[in-house]
Design a protein around this ligand. Structure first.
Ligand SMILES: *[C@@H]1O[C@H](CO)[C@@H](O)[C@H](O)[C@H]1NC(C)=O
Ligand SMILES: *[C@@H]1O[C@H](CO)[C@@H](O)[C@H](O)[C@H]1NC(C)=O
Ligand SMILES: *[C@@H]1O[C@H](CO)[C@@H](O)[C@H](O)[C@H]1NC(C)=O
Ligand SMILES: *[C@@H]1O[C@H](CO)[C@@H](O)[C@H](O)[C@H]1NC(C)=O
Ligand SMILES: *[C@@H]1O[C@H](CO)[C@@H](O)[C@H](O)[C@H]1NC(C)=O
Length: 483
């Protein structure tokens, strides 16, 4: 080692022992970090004029195609807020260039009538209880004209690039596998997929070209309270949308405290109460009832399902080495005998016997699964391989989201006789699986365009003695698998 170097090292070590020098080093590092942060910040905070003429060719094909539709710039230099391709239904709205300042959304537009009423976009983010006012106010969202934008929003905006999903709700109805994936994610993805549908109603690009969200924002939820008790939603979000940030109330508060205006390049704004205002809300009584009336390609969900498969299952699953068509179709019976809402014990046993007799006949493979005792990957692998999913009304049937739709794919839901609610039927309709409701030894199934009238919760709906006649279920499966 050269003597100069060792002398230098020694001096440096000595210097480090002096508290004053340590202070200097810390200060210098901090200053460098601040400088770096500042230059980073400036590149984000674009002047209005450059922003308005901004043309980003780095985005994917669909992004740029859709932005052409939306690039409305006013003489004042403000990019107007738009709903690209009319992708909106009560409670689910795609908004391009939506502004946010001090926690209030601003829609900048010269044509107020081209937007739906405010209460179809969002509600006051409070828990639903009798007597609570949920009507949104100017504190939540305002419509302003471009001429007043500079006065209200200032003359700088920070641009938040890419696609963001904002769930404008408290945690009351998020912490549940069905509510989260079957309503919020499915509804949002369905309405978002309308961006690929041309005015003539035919699809312009395959669904895989829609960019995935870069961030999920939950402005009114803290401490991870969006998560379900079974702990499924978190891991499945990471598997379906790897690398996506999930931000909560603290993020929203940070944006408020910065004190400037941000503009989200593209947002899917989700709100439960606004969604329920759709006329179909009174037909199916579900948050995604209205979204069912939004035209999308038949397999609009495929990108999310396939992303989850790709990230959670063994390689080759999609190409078919695992989902081997030479194998017998798989019937999975999700047993709830270990939980509250369940079958009469003897009926459960007889159902298993009836299903196993199908297996003995060589019609299918049968798996009886207690999901609560399985790992997440095992659950996903099982349902992804299944053609038929059977179970008592309950969350296990949300897993039909990961089942491959085809002409035989079927969801069989066992209800307390006369009981009916639409949770899993509406999922089946979205997925393209046929849904059967079983009332002991009878069944109901509704082809497209028809549906059960109303909901019904008879006594024992959530009880532990739901009857089922096994051979009725076995006969449906036999018929479906012969298709
Ligand atoms: C973006 O791409 C289009 C088409 O390839 C091209 O005509 C245009 O000049 C590009 N714009 C910029 C700013 O690079
Ligand atoms: C921000 O909004 C809050 C209400 O949410 C209000 O009390 C406060 O004065 C606002 N701050 C500014 C700078 O407008
Ligand atoms: C405003 O929007 C409505 C609804 O989209 C449309 O019919 C009307 O022509 C628009 N007005 C102007 C001035 O663009
Ligand atoms: C459902 O969509 C159709 C076709 O766009 C439309 O004519 C009808 O009014 C919609 N129904 C409701 C209740 O919004
Ligand atoms: C269910 O159906 C079977 C077969 O028809 C019948 O024997 C049984 O009594 C029914 N159970 C109930 C609770 O209705």
């Amino acid at each position: 080692m050269a003597p100069t170097q060792s002398r230098f090292t020694r001096r440096f070590r000595n210097a480090l022992r002096s508290p004053l020098t340590v202070l200097g080093v810390v200060t210098l590092t901090a200053a460098l970090l601040v400088l770096r942060y500042l230059s980073f910040d400036t590149s984000l905070a674009l002047d209005l004029v450059p922003y308005a003429s901004h043309n980003d060719n780095s985005s994917t094909r669909v992004e740029s195609a859709v932005y052409t539709l939306a690039s409305q710039t006013t003489p004042s230099g403000w990019r107007e807020t738009t709903i690209p391709n009319g992708a909106h239904i009560h409670g689910f709205t795609v908004l391009d260039s939506i502004y946010l300042r001090n926690g209030t959304f601003y829609v900048v537009t010269d044509n107020r009538t081209s937007f739906p009423p405010r209460n179809r976009l969002l509600s006051r983010p409070v828990e639903s209880r009798a007597g609570v006012d949920t009507e949104p106010t100017d504190e939540h969202l305002q419509f302003i004209i471009p001429d007043e934008a500079t006065r209200i929003l200032g003359n700088h905006v920070t641009r938040i690039k890419g696609f963001s999903v904002i769930v404008y709700d408290p945690s009351q109805f998020t912490k549940h596998f069905y509510h989260w994936f079957g309503e919020i994610i499915l509804g949002a993805w369905r309405v978002y997929s309308h961006l690929l549908v041309s005015k003539l109603g035919s699809q312009t690009s395959p669904p895989r070209f829609l960019p995935f969200p870069r961030r999920f924002i939950l402005p009114f939820i803290s401490n991870e309270e969006w998560r379900d008790r079974a702990g499924i939603d978190g891991p499945l979000m990471r598997a379906a949308f790897p690398g996506m940030a999930i931000e909560q109330a603290a993020y929203w508060d940070d944006l408020k405290k910065v004190g400037t205006t941000v503009v989200f390049e593209r947002v899917m704004l989700v709100n439960r109460r606004a969604a329920h205002k759709h006329p179909f809300g009174g037909v199916w009584f579900k948050m995604i009832a209205g979204a069912m009336n939004v035209t999308v390609s038949q397999d609009f969900w495929a990108p999310v399902r396939e992303s989850l498969w790709r990230n959670i299952l063994a390689p080759g699953f999609i190409s078919g080495t695992i989902h081997d068509f030479s194998r017998l179709p798989l019937v999975t019976y999700v047993s709830r005998q270990g939980s509250g809402r369940r079958l009469v014990a003897a009926d459960h046993d007889a159902l298993v016997v009836a299903l196993k007799s199908l297996e003995a006949e060589g019609i299918c493979e049968v798996q009886v699964a207690a999901l609560e005792r399985m790992g997440i990957r095992e659950q996903i692998e099982l349902v992804s391989r299944s053609t038929v999913l059977v179970g008592v009304h309950g969350n296990g049937l949300t897993h039909q989201l990961w089942m491959r739709p085809d002409r035989r794919s079927t969801t069989i839901e066992i209800f307390m006789p006369t009981g009916y609610i639409f949770d899993y039927e509406i999922l089946a309709r979205n997925m393209g699986h046929r849904h059967y409701a079983i009332w002991n030894d009878t069944y109901l199934t509704y082809p497209e365009g028809t549906y059960h009238k109303g909901v019904n919760y008879p006594a024992g709906f959530h009880g532990n003695s739901i009857p089922v006649y096994g051979p009725t279920v076995a006969n449906i499966i036999k018929e479906r698998l012969s298709l």
